[in-house]
Design a protein around this ligand. Structure first.
Ligand code: NAD
Ligand code: UDP
Length: 337
């Protein structure tokens, strides 16, 4: 299929581009490079042997999107583009609504005008808020607690209204749990600008010596060892989930929300130990106070993805850590995101 990947130069989009290209799809990466860099183009070509088409554009630029969709005859869009840092969204909420909500409306308007009515949307487990039960299935009530999560839920709802208004729309909202890891080549991975907010890139930078020590946010949660538990999912498994979703959209109209997680939770201390084993490096840490807004445990019920998309996460925690380490300790980590 001809696919447009907004945010396709970013962490998850680039891994999806690899999987989709290797599955025989033609991908166009539409990105404003606000959190990625041009070097991604040559790295993707080195991995797949196919030079990806890249369009430098913003999703708020409806004209440019319309032109790009027409020119490349895109049959479906995977909408990764957006801002994603929960803490930052509390400081600059307008930027989050402009990029994530206004950007999505602009994209949907362009799609409607050119007649492209199939979308896979990057949503987040963040929309569930504090879990009321575990594992979290799609029937779990939503309960957003920050502007970032609200933008994701609002876009899901806009997409739902669109699908109700016109049965030609084909929409899958994928609620990601905690994507980690990198492509096995070590060429692409997650390399946040500045000090990382998320656990895995932070651990990796402590292991390389770039940061001195990890702060473990709380060891008095009601979990196996007192530290927070999350559903870490290998980004290549996540990428394959998008290929399954695109296949699903070929056959099915309507609107769906589907969790992409493993169903297995790991604690912060388990992550540290697994990373030390994979890297052969020590990861010094100290126990710090809880981070406001964090829940004790959050992991997915991935049954709907298995049933509807015929997709299951396959990769192990050791693979998540080994590929993260290969990326951060090799050439990949020194370049762009
Ligand atoms: P990322 O920042 O690496 O990638 C996003 C890409 O979108 C970047 O390349 C950035 O330059 C681009 N972009 C941002 N605003 C844009 C705009 N207005 N116009 C065009 N391009 C724009 O992030 P990621 O981790 O790859 O996340 C991709 C999507 O998945 C995001 O929507 C994010 O909210 C969602 N998500 C991510 C996680 C996670 O932990 N990484 C978890 C749940 C959901
Ligand atoms: N965490 C931590 N130190 C850090 C970053 C994260 O102890 O420097 C913990 C955090 O409290 C949570 C887990 O690691 O229990 C995952 O956090 P992350 O920010 O990666 O994901 P999210 O909280 O969004 O699920």
């Amino acid at each position: 299929m001809d696919l447009l990947l907004t945010g396709g130069m970013g962490y998850i989009g680039s891994h999806a581009a690899v999987v989709l290209t290797q599955a025989g799809h033609r991908v166009v990466l539409y990105d404003n490079l606000s959190n990625s860099a041009q070097v991604m183009v040559e790295r993707l070509e080195r991995i797949t042997g196919v030079p990806p088409l890249f369009v430098d554009g913003d999703v708020r630029d409806t004209d440019r999107l319309r032109h790009t969709l027409r020119h490349h005859a895109s049959e479906a869009v995977i909408h990764f583009a957006g801002l994603k840092v929960v803490g930052e969204s509390l400081d600059i909420p307008l930027d989050y609504y402009a990029n994530n909500v206004q950007g999505s409306i602009s994209l949907l308007q362009a799609m409607r005008e050119v007649g492209t009515r199939a979308m896979v949307f990057s949503s987040s487990a963040n929309v569930y808020g504090e879990p009321r039960y575990l594992p979290v299935d799609e029937a779990h009530p939503t309960g957003v607690t920050n502007p970032y999560g609200r933008t994701k839920l609002q876009v899901e709802e806009i997409l739902h209204d669109l699908a109700r208004s016109d049965p030609a729309w084909r929409i899958v909202c994928l609620r990601y749990f905690n994507p980690v890891g990198a492509h096995e080549s070590g060429l692409i991975g997650e390399n946040p600008q500045g000090i990382p907010n998320n656990l895995m890139p932070y651990i990796a930078q402590v292991a390389t010596g770039k940061l001195a020590e990890l702060r473990v946010f709380g060891n008095d949660y009601p979990t196996l060892d007192g530290t927070g538990v999350r559903d870490f999912i290998h980004v290549m498994d996540l990428a394959e989930g998008h290929a399954s979703a695109v296949g699903y959209l070929r056959e099915h109209a309507g609107w769906q929300v589907i969790n992409l997680g493993t169903g297995q939770g790991y604690s912060v201390l388990e992550m540290i130990r697994a990373f030390e084993a994979a890297s052969g490096r020590r990861v010094p840490y100290r126990i710090a106070p809880r981070r406001p807004g964090d829940s004790a445990s959050c992991y997915a019920n991935p049954e709907k993805a298995r049933r509807v998309l015929n997709w299951t996460a396959r990769r192990t925690l050791a693979q998540m850590c080994a590929t993260t380490w290969a990326f951060h300790s090799g050439a990949g980590g020194k370049g762009a995101a």
